[in-house]
Write a protein of this length. Sequence first.
Length: 163
Amino acid sequence: MTTVTLNNIKHRFEYSEYPSKWENKLKDLQNAENIVIDVDIMNIMYLDEIFDYCEHNNLPKPTLNRADHNVGHGDEEFGLNIFPKHMKEQIESVNKKSKHEEIRESANWVSYRHNDRLPDFQSFIRNFDDDKGTSFDSAFPEFADAVFGGSRNPENKPYKFSK
């Protein structure tokens, strides 16, 4: 049985799985019998999009795996618990309205606990973009506004989920 991990799609996949290419991942997905999403800070806001992509492309329905710590880098700055309370509430509210039962059932994962690692995440992203020549803002524009605020979100508007 072939299981493929799919934590993001298209340009977000290429950013979060740098230097991997989406075209190569598509080949793996075509042979997948199971798809697993390790839910973390880089995809919690895009789960509906990933599920819809799988559904639209006749791929297996994903299963969700709670990744409280960043699986790829081994640090807590990618865990779901770094979000400030107001962001957690908004993410949970939106995911509770998902058309996908699995996402609705996992909506409270984001409110599990809290740590103060958001500045670490911000620093990691800035350094990653500088080192790799990538753009978090381009891959995750709404998320960048929510996470970085300030000049990226001068009016401190609430996060708007992409659809």
